[in-house]
Design a protein. Structure first.
Length: 112
């Protein structure tokens, strides 16, 4: 069974209106410690049904999924009552610790 985590921030490569400009997603575990996954790792975990990610829109959970545009896979959310792009409207993730790159994970290795 997949574990579900709320996405609270995104790291972007460019303008918010362009599909596929998310470099990674992040949030906080229930204990408050941060997590961050590069886009490719997040997509792999979704596609292998290891993790489920969601964003909060009001009181609703909106599922994060993998979609394709012009042959490129990217992260997006299920359609909901808003026209806004739920992932793109999240705040930017804080700077990564130390000398980490946007392609590095901040992930609790106790989890698969």
């Amino acid at each position: 069974m997949a574990i579900s985590l709320q996405v609270g921030c995104v790291r972007r490569s460019g303008p918010t209106e362009r599909p596929g400009n998310i470099l990674g997603i992040g949030g906080r575990y229930a204990n408050g410690s941060p997590w961050y996954l590069p886009e490719a790792e997040a997509m792999e975990r979704i596609q292998k049904d290891r993790w489920k990610f969601y964003v909060r829109v009001g009181v609703k959970r909106v599922k994060v999924k993998v979609a394709k545009h012009a042959g490129r896979a990217y992260l997006t959310t299920d359609p909901d009552a808003t026209a806004a792009n739920n992932l793109e409207n999240l705040p930017p993730c804080p700077p990564l610790a130390g000398n980490m790159e946007a392609s590095d994970s901040v992930w609790d290795r106790r989890f698969p």
